[in-house]
Design a protein around this ligand. Structure first.
Ligand SMILES: C[S@@+](CC[C@H](N)C(=O)[O-])C[C@H]1O[C@@H](n2cnc3c(N)ncnc32)[C@H](O)[C@@H]1O
Ligand code: SF4
Ligand code: SF4
Length: 300
């Protein structure tokens, strides 16, 4: 991470903890719910399939920036499908940087050419080795690996949602990340049981087994953008929810933490590592603070 970003982000963190502030730092903008895939674990794609217009997205960026957000994610659906009057995802990333966001990241299924050198991180979802990934995401594994290899910058971070189908395959994803090329790191989540996807959730014991293996992979030096110190809280769902420093916007509406906040009881089963890691950080957990500093300095 560059000093230009580190200094204001550290200031935000320290003042949030000292004064118990609830201002947001991390924002996600959903560009569309349109998607070219129909993954087994996903409950948020192709509900309206609308590509939100550029003026609306620009207004969302400006609103978030004015509220203090400095780390921005573009989400979907599939964000690489977004278009408006000749503008593409790349134009949005450049615009966000010009507005002053310190880190601008994208989360993608990786099936469309990964050509976004302007982004700090391109999170590419990879849900296991070829067989299990394809079971979840259709026959896409080889295309995604090809797109990662030909990506135009070393700014890829693999993103794996661990569920009943692929719970044995974190090691396979870590091996891909370790190969020389465009991948900086891997980031994990546990399946969050949105209505209709409950059958894929992990038991507490299964989460513990996965967490032990992630901790071992971190110790063995695999590039993992998660915090070992947060794992016990994630396994036991004992981190504070919602994360007040995270906000999401879609179609002019804003939520604290995630849109999932509207689903009754879901926060108690949340599997999103970022929500846990940021909530613990801003609650003043010293081990998580130190761990995040070391991990983010290494991989971002
Ligand atoms: C909703 S997708 C949008 C971006 C893009 N289409 C993709 O697949 O990366 C963002 C991330 O959420 C993950 N995801 C989807 N449903 C989930 C669930 N129920 N629990 C945890 N992660 C989930 C996906 O695997 C993906 O990594
Ligand atoms: S690619 Fe992403 S948005 Fe599309 S169905 Fe899969 S997880 Fe959902
Ligand atoms: S389930 Fe709750 S805690 Fe988890 S990301 Fe969604 S709103 Fe945040």
């Amino acid at each position: 991470m560059k000093l230009r970003s580190l200094v204001p982000l550290s200031y935000f963190g320290i003042t949030t903890i000292l004064f118990n502030r609830k201002d947001p730092l991390v924002g996600s903008i959903i560009l569309t719910d349109k998607c070219n895939l129909a993954c087994k674990h996903c409950a948020v794609s192709n509900i309206t399939s609308i590509l939100y217009p550029h003026p609306q997205i620009k207004a969302e960026m400006q609103k978030m920036y004015a509220e203090g957000v400095r780390i921005l994610f573009f989400y979907g659906g599939e964000p690489f499908l977004w278009r408006d009057h000749g503008l593409t995802l790349r134009d949005l990333v450049i615009e966000a940087k010009q507005l002053g966001f310190l880190l601008v990241n994208v989360v993608t299924n990786g099936t469309i050419r990964v050509d976004l050198p302007e982004a700090d991180l391109v999170m590419v979802s990879l849900d296991g080795g070829r067989e299990k990934h394809n079971e979840i995401r259709g026959d896409t594994y080889d295309t995604i690996i090809g797109n990662i290899q030909s990506a135009s910058a070393k700014n890829v971070c693999l993103y794996m949602a661990i569920n009943q189908i692929n719970k044995g395959e974190m090691e396979e994803v870590c091996e891909v990340a370790k190969q020389p090329g465009n991948v900086k790191a891997v980031s994990f989540n546990f399946h969050t049981p949105y209505p209709g996807t409950e059958r894929l959730k992990l038991s507490r014991e299964e989460k513990q087994d996965c967490a032990d293996r992630i901790a071992r992979l971190i110790d063995e030096g695999y590039p993992i953008l998660n915090l070992k110190s947060a794992l016990p809280y994630i396994v036991n769902n004992t981190f504070p929810t919602p994360c007040n420093q995270c906000v999401v916007m879609e179609n002019g509406q804003q939520w604290v933490c995630g849109r999932c906040i509207d689903i009754e009881g879901l926060c108690e089963e949340c599997g999103f590592f970022f929500a846990a890691e940021f909530a613990l950080l801003f609650s003043g957990n010293a081990r998580v603070m130190l761990d995040m500093f070391k991990t983010y300095m290494k991989y971002i």
